[in-house]
Ligand binder design. Structure first.
Ligand SMILES: Cc1cc2nc3c(=O)[nH]c(=O)nc-3n(C[C@H](O)[C@H](O)[C@H](O)COP(=O)(O)OP(=O)(O)OC[C@H]3O[C@@H](n4cnc5c(N)ncnc54)[C@H](O)[C@@H]3O)c2cc1C
Length: 538
């Protein structure tokens, strides 16, 4: 376990002991689909969540479009081709096809379970999107009914190792106090991405914990340079649903139109303007009252903060900001070695935003359906593989309980986790560092982040209440360092990774960047199936 937690004087150890075949860490869609699939394979499954499975995480509080494409060859071909250029040709058809198949099958199961998909005028169900609260409430019910034990408010903090194999995890009991320890035949990491506590909708629990836990036991990461997702939000609210900004125009304070600004292709223009002055929006392209009523029905969440303040976003100007969503609507995460969603460490599987989405998105998502499909499909794949792995080992290992790897850090000093979090945010929020990237900006930020990591390695939590915060601060620092190490190495503009000093895509860098290590981060390149890039060049 990490020195930070080991040294905390008032933490009660092993208050809860758990033995199971499959431990799922995280109860968003990826974790729920993983738990369901593993339970369906007759594994004894325990799911732990930092918050409350069913209302925690990025999907639960929003609503998602889903990459739901019927198995018609032409439709599938169009679906696969649609994002390849935007993603910088780093995706692979050999992944997209099975993800589309699994998503189609799983969303149809949602319909069978009674999810109330809306119907079109012909009475056909429209299965291309779900409302987060209803979807995740249903998933929680299905997971419970499948016999999975759900432990809410039980964040995982470290993985447990036996030699080179992951055999469980340990974590904190936020409500009862003390800790839990779980021995498992296999572990699925589904703890979501990292939005650096930017207060983006549903994202403050997403602090990169899974990346840190994975990296600590030797798992590789990939695509961490594709982590500069920023969402438009009203300056006075954390609602980051961006779909409705398609109906917006953007203005300066003097109400002059900002030419070229837009929610999709013109987001850079908004970002560039924000570097020097405030930006305002108005949904003035919504047209008729009928369209406005449809938009209100489609995205009721969006309007809540406006209604509370008595602002009519269709007729009045409101100030907007760009709020960092990091890897949640970026693509980076733990590297998967194949369709079984295994990581490079035995016994450890990853799914959803915790895993890199490059195989289906390349270097760009920005939301809009692929992420939801990835969470569903990789969740199901990882759950099935973890159950099979555990079965191969005859379930959970026997006592004696193994301990996690020795900490890579030495010394002991007390730090203020809040101050660390603010320091990390100061490096990752600024648009002129993270959105418009340059060698100068990135390397200066990385130097400070490396120093922060150094200082923290000697840190200990003063008490139990601080332990989670400190762990989150460590995870955010580690994530920021992965991001900027990768961003410095990719000396080109590709996907969402935008280098102002290398504004073009460079064909010689058509590869993935794979990272490993924590104190010293090592980067190697990995070739991508050259097929799509060759086709694109022709
Ligand atoms: C506003 C918004 C709109 C979006 N719209 C779309 C869309 O339309 N289409 C689309 O495809 N994608 C969309 N996305 C992205 C999509 O929501 C995510 O890709 C998806 O939620 C990923 O699922 P997940 O299960 O991996 O992670 P999450 O849904 O984020 O769930 C992660 C879970 O892990 C838990 N957790 C975190 N740390 C720990 C820990 N240490 N121990 C235990 N549990 C932990 C969290 O509490 C949470 O329950 C949107 C995202 C946002 C923010």
């Amino acid at each position: 376990m990490s020195r930070a937690l080991q040294n905390a004087p008032s933490i009660t150890w092993a208050s809860t002991d758990i033995l199971c075949d499959v431990l799922v860490i995280g109860g968003g869609p990826a974790g729920c689909w993983a738990a369901l699939e593993a339970a369906g394979a007759k594994a004894k499954v325990v799911l732990v969540d930092k918050g409350y499975c069913g209302s925690s995480g990025a999907t639960a509080s929003a609503g998602t479009q889903i990459w739901y494409v019927p198995p018609d060859p032409a439709e599938r071909e169009a679906a696969m081709a649609s994002r390849e250029a935007m993603g910088g040709y780093l995706s692979e058809r050999s992944w997209m096809a099975p993800v589309l198949d699994k998503t189609f099958e799983s969303v149809n199961r949602l319909a069978e379970w009674g999810y109330p998909f809306p119907r079109d005028e012909k009475g056909e169900q429209q299965r291309i999107s779900v409302q987060g609260p209803e979807y995740m409430r249903l998933m929680r019910r299905r997971v419970k009914n499948a016999g999975v034990t759900i432990l809410d408010h039980h964040p995982a903090t470290e993985l447990l190792m036996d030699g080179r194999t992951v055999v469980g995890a340990t974590g904190l009991r936020r409500q009862e106090g003390g800790r839990w320890k779980a021995l498992a035949g296999a572990v699925v990491l589904a703890a979501g991405g990292c939005a650096f506590m930017s207060k983006a909708l549903g994202c403050d629990v997403l602090t990169g914990d899974g990346y840190l836990m994975g990296a600590e036991v030797g798992a590789e990461l990939s695509g961490m340079e594709f982590s500069s997702a920023y969402a438009i939000s009203p300056a006075f609210s954390s609602i980051t649903k961006t779909a409705l900004y398609r109906f917006a125009q953007f203005y300066r304070k003097d109400k002059s139109l900002i030419e070229g600004a837009g929610s999709a292709r013109g987001r850079s223009v908004i970002a560039r303007t924000l570097l020097s002055e405030p930006v305002y929006a108005r949904l003035d392209l919504a047209g008729t009252d009928e369209v406005k009523a449809i938009l209100r029905r489609a995205q009721p969440n969006f309007f809540v903060p406006f209604d509370r303040r008595g602002i009519d976003p269709f007729t009045e100007f409101f100030e907007v900001k760009l709020r960092l969503e990091g890897t949640v609507r970026g693509t980076g995460g733990l590297r998967l070695t194949g369709l079984d969603c295994a990581t490079t460490v035995a016994g450890l599987f990853a799914a959803g935003d915790n895993a890199t989405r490059e195989p289906i998105c390349g270097g760009f998502t920005g939301g809009g359906s692929h992420n939801a499909a990835w969470a569903i499909a990789t969740g199901a794949f990882a759950g099935a593989s973890a159950a099979a792995f555990a079965k191969g080992k005859n379930g959970a290992p026997d006592a004696p309980h193994p301990e996690s790897p020795p900490p890579q850090r030495t010394g002991a000093a007390t730090v203020n986790p809040q101050a660390i979090i603010r320091a990390v945010q100061d490096e990752v929020f600024p648009l002129d560092v993270n959105y418009f990237r340059t060698h100068t900006g990135l390397s200066a930020a990385l130097e400070r982040l490396d120093q922060l990591w150094e200082n923290m390695s000697a840190a200990s939590a003063t008490d139990e209440s601080q332990a989670l915060q400190l762990r989150q601060a460590q995870a955010m620092t580690a994530t920021a360092r992965f991001m900027y190490h990768a961003a410095l190495s990719r000396k080109e503009t590709r996907g969402m990774h935008r280098r102002d000093d290398f504004p073009k895509q460079d064909p010689t860098q058509h590869h993935r960047l794979v990272l490993s290590g924590l104190g010293k981060i090592i980067i190697r390149t990995e070739q991508v199936d050259p097929g799509i890039a060759r086709e694109a060049a022709e």
